[in-house]
Design a protein around this ligand. Sequence first.
Ligand code: ADP
Ligand code: ZN
Ligand code: ZN
Length: 841
Amino acid sequence: MNPTYVQVAVNIPQVSGVFDYHVPEDLGGEIVPGCLVVVPFGSRQVQGVVLRQVDQPQVADTRPVNALIDFEPVLTPIQLRFAQWLAERTLSPLSTCIDLMVPPGLSQQADMLYHLNDAQLSDPARLNDVQKRTIALLQERGDLRGRQLEAAFPRRNWKPAVQALVRMGVLMTRPVLLPPQVQPKMARNVQLAIPADQVGQQDALLGRAGSQAFERRQRALRTLADEPGVVDVTWVYAASGSSLADLKYLAERGLVRLGESEVIRDPLRNLTWAPAEAPPLTLAQQKVWEEIHRAVHTSAQGKASPPFLLHGVTGSGKTEMYLLAVEETLRQGRQAIVLVPEISLTPQTVRRFQARFPGKVGLIHSRLSQGERYDTWRRARAGLLQVIVGPRSALFSPLPNVGLIVVDECHDESYYQAESAPHYNAVAAAVAMAREAGAVVMLGTATPDVSLMYGFQLAKWKVLHLPDRILAHREAVRAQMNQFGLQEPVMDGSEATASLPLPPVKIVDMRLELKMGNRSIFSRELTSALEETLAAKQQAILFLNRRGSASYVFCRDCGAVLRCPRCDLPLTYHRGEDMLICHTCGYRRKMPNKCPMCASEHIRQYGMGTEKVEQLLKERFPHAQVLRYDAETTAGKNAHDLLLNLFANHQADILIGTQMLTKGLDLPLVTLVGVILADVGLNFPDYRAAERTFQLLTQVAGRAGRSPLGGRVVLQTFQPKHYAILTAARHDYQAFYAEELAQRRRLRQPPFTRFVRLLYRDLKAAAAEESAQEMARQLRGWIAAGNYKQTDLIGPVPCYFNRLNGYYRWQIIVRGPDPAGLLRGRSLGDWVVEVDPPNTL
Ligand code: ADP
Ligand code: ZN
Ligand code: ZN
């Protein structure tokens, strides 16, 4: 018989190729595309995924596949095609894309074992910090794998330093491949091997009568007699006080049978739920539903269905649409994936899906154990879960027949994988995956990315609208008001689904506050609004945009922000050198003493943390209960839920929060939202700064008055005329979109061009710059040689975050109609490559 040949994508970082192997006879017939196998590669054993069978191998002398790790394929045929799309799109090795789809723990990249050979071979005075710590670690813990070093140096580029030690002979390395870490979890069970009515006649077999062991064994038998069938041993232990030794003793005498069964580790097992019915739809929802309903049916019949963008403000009933679409998809015998930002994976959201589809929902989130993840993955592959809810990684669940992919809050930046390759955007990936699977895709948000909206318009894909907020809190508010002994508010509209106006937004010009002699961070408007809210026993949220708040310089009298004369982007203050730097073109200047616009001396950088706001708030409102919701206070497990529950139960009056607060909250008693400084995000030197600010302010404003109590928003700003702030205050997406699109067109920014960002990191400043200059020369050469007339470079420049974890960061943006085309197939060494990055900081 002729041997079978297969093409395998090997799982080694930096190896992007695929290789041919032959299938040995004992594995013949078992190996199909999508299987996870072990193959020889050079002198090592590595994991790989079978891509396809081939008639003729590329090389004459093939080596054999050594082992099959799982008898079922780990990737579906759709996933195999999807992985190839992802590799093309992100310019990443195919193996890293496949690796996203192999569950953690099962996937085992080939790794290096580091062994301390001779520490004397180095001169301690010349070793850097990473090198010293590596030697100390190896002395302390013995040999370590690359993964373990990775864990010891989180987010640091430790490899060059350690490689240098290898070259000096201080360390030695050896390749290793470890067995998968996860296994199905087995539980012991037991059942009676004799008729229940004979249990009383076995005393002679139970040991010395009257001894403790005898009593335990007797109780164990009785317990089993009361419990026909197979039971979990732990239950028998609990009910009878017996142990495994006792059950084994009984089994040896033929009285019971011990067995094993598989346990599923289910993260939802402790969540209680109440089944919920879909409410009757509002008119706007009915219109949307007609479109979606039709698409779910046509796609189930194998016809392609273009993506939907569901544009609706917070609380307009989008989630209700997802739930219906999921229901209809399941009715067609297909499965659904629902992506949500990690931060909104609150019990609230999960319970809503769980309640509608009891027993069918699999949950994925970052706090799952590896075992829980693996089991959810296996149940999905076996078709036992019909709905997967989770963050971006949930997109890679191996469902046999995906009919629907939902991306909720699709503007959220957590859909982009920034930390490691492949740097993909789960929104674009969901659209591609849906195309491969023939599935319907629904992208929902109140604030679509300008580029996404533009793409929909170009492609003539459908944008569906849910313009009105649904008044759904009547009961909740009534209950809460009664609970706190407050008077019930007057609510008009008799139906439960009456719509609710968006809250009025007041823009406060902080320059005027200064002129009036108010130096506090709370304007007079915000102060009196807080007083009124507290007096009415309602609640307020104060929002602080922290990201990058201390880096730009502005004038408190005229509001002017210091900008680059060449790029018109905000300059960044670098404290160490007391310099202002442009992160687009490299322009530098000394920090001035006076405002160049109005000569005021009140010119400085802005900086304020949640703690400071808390302190000032307590000074001003000593009787208010204040809760702080930030990275620090929410660090512990379940701290998010705990804090929000405290607030929802009115154990605090004012919540101070950052970005994290904008997601998935539903707090009927919140009638005031204050934004401490709305323009902070505007002053990032990034092409999406205005968009991000608009999105944030719109989402924050949506937190106020999601109830019949109404609500209002106060936005404090030094730039009250900026279009992002003006349009957010009017809840006017269309106006923002038009203005932002015009700007982008003028400045040749996406979606009118595309960006690929190339990022380089080095411990030495000079080396980082040198590499960047060298890469820029090379890129210019490629551009000239390929005659890419509309393609140019922005940079090389130091990044906005120019030093992270001790590394100097430099970047080059390749801009043009298809910058990825220029780079495809080229070897870019240690450069981090990001296609269409959502920020360039
Ligand atoms: P979104 O996802 O757009 O924020 P939701 O679907 O969560 O909106 O709806 C907001 C609130 O309105 C929720 O409490 C939801 O249960 C309720 N709701 C949605 N649709 C209806 C409807 N047709 N009738 C009554 N209540 C509804
Ligand atoms: Zn000024
Ligand atoms: Zn500049």
